[in-house]
Design a protein around this ligand. Structure first.
Ligand code: CMX
Length: 465
């Protein structure tokens, strides 16, 4: 079918979708009121599923799953999104192009914003513009850091990795956790979610100030950190704090980046970590802090930093207008040295990552990116690398993931300090992790306690079987 017809059909489908979501859900309720309305039905659903299907088998556990990082085991409850190996992520059933159509953007912007993505993740509903604006205002009003947190951040050595600083700063905010205070007062378990929500909104509100202060302390001592603007969205404020208030391209890119990285179902290291830690009734701050330390690993969130480092070395080695042959040779030299190609492959996905496609589409429509050597090199590499990785024959998915391009766009817009990139991912991933923590408390999910087994016990069991 010609691409124009495909695009037109898609536009009609999305417009119908937007209308159906709006009419089904449009309301003037606050986020908390919306959740209070949904929670009883979800609790009933959980009770029904447990009663009627509690003994239904969802899959086998093979020895290869146990020694292979639990790949493929359906063993976690996660509400915000579901990852299909071929189609990629869907947020409450909506694909990335669909959320780009239906979720409210910032005033004067085109890209979806963190607030509307958070609303969708936590309620499964599309917020109205009015609901989104009110949430933005609420976050901006609560975004200033307490003095003790500023003091802690300012005391860190500049050489301490920004992700370590972010994790510690987030954990320190639990000093004022309403969840902890409510738990100590002995509030009813059925009410836990309201305090988890308050902490989550407080943390979301403060993340831009926290992350921007770290950027200033580590990289840009000259940076002013103005008060948050109550008429700006969360990421608009974050961009301003980072010194990009007047850079429309960067602001829009950050909005898209942060919304798209918000959630990627529950089994990835950061999401699973926050879920696990929160299951011990640890408050949202320390639970998310733990997640950040998982995100800081090079096979997970640090990959965007690694990609940029690698692309820049390739640019040095092959020049700005490299041929496909030169790129191929460079890819092989990386593989032959025993390293992975950063930004390629995935633990679950088996096709190109739709988040990568969304970022590439962003590049296609922004005139300032057409002549960017780094963006062009990323594009060419994405055309050559899958063939090389297929021939290499190891990875189950030779296609680009979102990190293949995410850091390169930051670099293009002038944010050239690689070791800060994962902090931006950390601001984003809070959306999904915190949404799930609220649901875990609303549904009264128990403490996680899977059974572990020794290698010897596996062998013994397998021989008998
Ligand atoms: N380059 C070279 N080899 C790769 C590879 C890549 N990009 N991706 C996977 N492989 C190799 C693995 O190292 C593994 O080799 P061994 O058998 O020697 O250990 C083999 O292929 C099979 O791996 P897999 O099952 O395809 O992938 P995994 O689930 O084990 O790992 C991931 C997934 C993402 C860690 C891996 O693809 C990788 O290291 N990619 C590069 C880093 C990266 O881009 N990370 C970002 C992930 C995005 C996200 O977190 O959302």
């Amino acid at each position: 079918m010609p691409p124009l017809i495909v695009a037109a059909r898609h536009a009609i489908k999305c417009s119908a979708l937007r209308t159906s979501y709006r009419t089904r859900y449009a309301s003037s309720l606050s986020l908390k009121e919306t959740l209070a309305e949904i929670i009883p039905a979800k609790r009933e659903q959980l009770a029904r599923v447990r009663k009627e299907y509690g003994q239904t088998v969802l899959g086998d556990i093979k020895v290869e799953n146990v020694i292979g990082g639990m790949r493929g085991l359906k063993a976690l409850l996660w509400e915000g999104s579901l990852l299909d190996p071929n189609e990629g992520i869907r947020f409450h059933g909506l694909s990335i192009p669909e959320v780009q159509k239906v979720l409210p953007a910032a005033r004067g912007g085109k890209e979806i914003i963190a607030e509307s993505m958070f609303w969708l993740l936590i309620t499964g509903k599309v917020p109205t513009e009015e609901q989104t604006r009110r949430l933005s205002q609420q976050l901006a009003e609560n975004g200033a850091l307490p003095q003790y947190v500023k003091d802690i951040l300012d005391a860190f050595p500049r050489t301490l990795h920004p992700m370590t600083q972010l994790g510690m700063g987030v954990a320190a905010l639990n000093h004022d956790s309403r969840f902890v205070k409510a738990y100590d007062r002995g509030v009813l378990k059925s009410e836990y979610w309201t305090y988890a929500l308050e902490d989550s909104l407080d943390l979301l509100a403060k993340l831009p100030s926290l992350a921007a202060r770290i950027y200033r302390n580590v990289h840009r001592p000259d940076l002013k950190l103005p008060d948050l603007d109550k008429n700006q969205d969360l990421v608009g404020n974050y961009a301003t704090l980072l010194g990009y208030g007047d850079n429309d391209g960067m602001k829009e890119y950050l909005r898209l980046y942060i919304a798209l990285h918000g959630d990627h179902e529950g089994g990835n290291v950061s999401a699973h970590t926050s879920h696990l830690v929160a299951s011990a009734l640890s408050d949202p701050y320390i639970s998310y802090s733990a997640a950040l330390f998982g995100l800081a690993g090079p096979l997970h969130g640090l990959a965007n930093q690694e990609v940029l480092r690698w692309i820049l070395s390739m640019k040095d080695a092959v020049g700005e207008n490299a041929s496909n042959e030169q790129i191929k040779d460079y890819l092989w030299s990386t593989l032959k040295s025993g390293r992975v190609i950063p930004g390629y492959g995935h633990g679950v996905l088996r096709d190109p990552d739709p988040r990568f496609i969304a970022l590439q589409n962003f590049c296609e429509v922004r005139p300032e990116l057409q002549d960017s050597p780094i963006i062009q090199l990323v594009k060419k590499t994405s055309e050559v690398a899958p063939g090389v990785l297929r021939q290499h024959g190891k990875t189950k998915n030779p296609n680009p993931n979102v990190d293949a391009t995410s850091g390169c766009l930051l670099y293009h817009y002038g944010l050239t300090e690689f070791n800060y990139y994962t902090v931006i991912f950390g601001v984003s991933r809070a959306l999904g992790c915190l949404a799930q923590i609220v649901w875990s408390r609303a549904l009264g999910l128990p403490i996680e306690r899977p059974k572990s087994i020794t290698l010897g016990a596996i062998e013994e069991f397998a021989i008998k079987a």
